[in-house]
Each structure stands twice: as structure tokens, then as C-alpha cells.
Design a protein around this ligand. Structure first.
Ligand SMILES: [Fe+2]
Length: 240
């Protein structure tokens, strides 16, 4: 197993590179526009060939780095079918898999933060996107968000064994890794909450809108192609 966790400080996004140790075929989960040089350098260092660019959902906080990575590597774009994206190459239904070398990435639907949210399991590691964050969970107040649906998706992840490792899509508090057991014990959005209490807690968050939502969502529904979304890319900070 070859595994790298990468962090974009501007958006607190965690990106993951997984590769087969023998064939060096690789997958990247949730790349960020502006970090393509970094991501390509890591792939080169690993001697890896990128086969799939995988998204956990249509992000509101950053534009995916998928177009730049795709242009550099010919990798295929993949996300959950429920995102409704028509620009993807491999759209995943519940239980669908992506194979890279002898490795398998299993997808499963975890809607609620958005209706297309998909989590991925690789061995005992679960990439939860924004469905479960360390000590938190994704918000549900835009992009088809539903606290009731998110509660059920969180339970779906919590049904895995306690020792399974959780790698979230973001972290804002210098955490990098958790486990199912740790989140059961310490996550205030999980511990001791039934569905009604969770929905009530989520309805009182009163969070500000993400700074980049106005460009991120339109670009990401075009698989990160900002030009196709009609966005003036000269006004996007941190772009390559
Ligand atoms: Fe998100």
C-alpha cells in the first residue's frame, strides 16, 4: 500500500493519493485547483501513474484540480452518480468499485451534506468527504443538504468496526486522522444524539457561507472546468 495525505492550507482541504505498490497505478481523492504541481510531484516521486481522479462530492469551498490533473495524466474523472454530473468518466452507484493495480476502492453513498456525497473504503480506511469530519460533520444548509439524510449516512459509516480509520475531506483544527471508535466516543454530532437531537443541533449552526461558493459550485458541476462554467478565471485566486 502506498498512501499520501496532502493538505491545502487555503481551504483546509485534505487530498489523498493511493497507489498499488507493485503496478504503481494510483487514485487521487479530492484534489484542489492550484495544487496540481504538488500533486504531480508526489505522483512522480512515487513513480505512480494516475488512473482515477475521485471526488467525494461537488465542493462549495474549493474548485477541484481535476481538469489540470486530467490534462497532465489522462486519468479518468469519477464521482457518485447522484451528483448528477454529466462531465464525469466513471460515475459510481452504491457499491461500485474502482480498481488500480491489485487495489480496490469501494464506493458507497453517504448523502446529506449534498445529495451526491459518496464515501470510499480502501482496506480499513474510509474517506468520508464532508459526511464525517473529525469532531464534526458537514453542514446541511445548502446544496440539497438534509440533516435527516446526513444522520442516516453517519450511522452507515459508524456501522464499520471501531478500529476502521477515518480520513475526512477537511480539517480546520490540525487533526488529520480519526477512527470509527474515536468519533463514536468524542464527536459531539454523533455521541448520544438520536436523529431528532441531531436535526435540532444542525438547525442552530448559523454558519457563514463559504467564501468561494459562488465560483466553486458552478465550476465543480462542470467537473472543475471554470471556463465552461463561464467563470472569469483571472479573478480566481490560487489558480494555475
Ligand atoms: Fe463540502
Amino acid at each position: 500500500m502506498i498512501f499520501k495525505q496532502l493538505f491545502d492550507a487555503d481551504t483546509s482541504t485534505l487530498t489523498y493519493i493511493l497507489a498499488d505498490a507493485v503496478t504503481r497505478e494510483a487514485v487521487i481523492i479530492d484534489p484542489v485547483r492550484g495544487q496540481t504541481k504538488r500533486d504531480l510531484a508526489v505522483l512522480k516521486e512515487l513513480g505512480a501513474t494516475l488512473k482515477f481522479i475521485v471526488e467525494t462530492h461537488v465542493h462549495a469551498d474549493h474548485i477541484t484540480g481535476a481538469p489540470e490533473l486530467k490534462a497532465a495524466t489522462n486519468a479518468q474523472f469519477s464521482a457518485g452518480k447522484a451528483t448528477g454530473l454529466v462531465c464525469g468518466d466513471v460515475m459510481l452507484d452504491e457499491g461500485d468499485t474502482l480498481t488500480f493495480g491489485g487495489e480496490v476502492l469501494y464506493s458507497f453513498a453517504t448523502p446529506g451534506h449534498t445529495d451526491g456525497c459518496t464515501s470510499y473504503r480502501w482496506h480499513d480506511r474510509i474517506f468520508t468527504g464532508d459526511t464525517i469530519l473529525i469532531g464534526a460533520c458537514g453542514r446541511t444548509d445548502f446544496q440539497q443538504g438534509s440533516s435527516e439524510v446526513l444522520f442516516d449516512s453517519i450511522q452507515k459509516i459508524m456501522a464499520y468496526p471501531d478500529e476502521f480509520i477515518i480520513y475526512p475531506g477537511h480539517d480546520y483544527n490540525d487533526h488529520r486522522v480519526s477512527s470509527v471508535g474515536q468519533e463514536k466516543l468524542t464527536n459531539p454530532y454523533i455521541k448520544g444524539l438520536d436523529k431528532a437531537a441531531f436535526v435540532e443541533k444542525m438547525s442552530n449552526l448559523k454558519l457563514p457561507m463559504p467564501a468561494k461558493i459562488g465560483v466553486a459550485v458552478p465550476a465543480n458541476v462542470h467537473c472543475g472546468d471554470a471556463e465552461a462554467a463561464g467563470i472569469d478565471t483571472s479573478k480566481i485566486a490560487h489558480s494555475t
